[in-house]
Design a protein around this ligand. Structure first.
Ligand SMILES: Cc1cc2nc3c(=O)[nH]c(=O)nc-3n(C[C@H](O)[C@H](O)[C@H](O)COP(=O)(O)OP(=O)(O)OC[C@H]3O[C@@H](n4cnc5c(N)ncnc54)[C@H](O)[C@@H]3O)c2cc1C
Length: 268
């Protein structure tokens, strides 16, 4: 029961039932939970992406294991929708929700026209995930934020061009895991955090000090207690500026990097 875009969304408008917005882990898990109790209720899943089912935490281990994005997809959106008996509106963005008339407005992200379609609902689940913030010091066109399998796939392509020096901003669970993964894959890694040790917001100081030692002994350069204050592209007439970005931390030290990966919202 899959529909690739909103052009046929109007056919579901009169049927209502449960509308779920977002096909990440949350959206699909809600569907599993509903279907475990009710196999009849009408479910419409609306998502801006393809709706493919994958386990996002796998992204922090996939590069060293040489797994492509397609290897991580457990089921395509349409396969998963057929299995769960839901109507999937893939590549469809919700632009407005009217809780009084219990309708959502959607538009296709696959088509160039801006035509809007209205869909009714009885119950609604918002599973739209988190959206990254890009402050001035970390401009979106110069840094990578990998929160989706499609972006991960683009990063993987860039990494495939050979060993690179990668700055990871944010030494939380995800940043630290991905630092180890990229190191294993043969890249040079600098991990930067405001705190003086990785995982500082999760673990006591004694434990984080041991983790800092362990990752440094593996070969990850850890810059603890540093704030990224600017990222700029190095000009083409700059010395040895081969497709590099310049990272400035604490207004004082400059580091030349090829990729800057942001995995924290607290490092700016
Ligand atoms: C690299 C990485 C590693 C991680 N590792 C771990 C881990 O080890 N352990 C752990 O617990 N957590 C981990 N996390 C966090 C965890 O994966 C996420 O919290 C979780 O996947 C978020 O799922 P979600 O469904 O809420 O959001 P998302 O996966 O972001 O899905 C949001 C969905 O909403 C859709 N959407 C958004 N806006 C609209 C709109 N307007 N219209 C239509 N659709 C819309 C999107 O297309 C998408 O389908 C990791 C995260 C990352 C990035």
């Amino acid at each position: 029961m899959s529909v690739e875009n909103s052009s046929v969304a109007s056919s579901t408008a009169s049927k209502k039932g449960v509308v779920i917005i977002g096909a990440g882990l949350a959206g699909w898990h809600v569907i599993d939970a509903i279907r475990a109790k009710d196999t009849e209720i009408l479910i419409t899943l609306i998502t801006a992406d393809s709706g493919d089912r994958y386990h996002k935490p796998m992204l922090t281990m996939a590069i060293s294991q040489n797994k492509r994005a397609s290897d991580l997809v457990r089921a395509s959106g349409s396969e998963a929708a057929n299995t769960a008996e839901v109507t999937l509106l893939a590549n469809t963005q919700v632009t407005d929700i009217d809780s009084v008339s219990q309708t959502v407005q959607v538009r296709s992200t696959a088509q160039s026209d801006d035509a809007l379609t209205t869909i009714g609902y009885e119950k609604m689940v918002l599973a739209m995930g988190a959206h990254p913030i890009f402050p001035k010091s970390l401009p979106q066109d110069l840094v990578w934020h990998v929160n989706h399998i499609e972006r991960f796939s683009q990063l993987q392509e860039k990494l495939a061009t050979g060993s690179q020096h990668i700055a990871i901003v944010g030494a939380g669970m995800v940043g630290t895991e991905i630092a180890e993964d990229l190191l294993k894959a043969g890249h040079k890694v600098t991990l930067i955090d405001l705190n003086d040790a990785p995982l500082s917001q999760m673990l006591p100081a004694k434990a984080t000090a041991r983790i800092a030692k362990a990752i440094e002994s593996q070969g990850i350069q850890f810059l603890g207690g540093y704030q990224v204050s600017a990222v700029t592209r190095v000009g083409s007439n700059d010395d040895d500026s081969d497709d590099a970005e310049k990272l400035q931390v604490d207004y004082a030290r400059y580091h030349r990097m090829q990729i800057i990966l942001i995995l924290s919202r607290s490092n700016h």
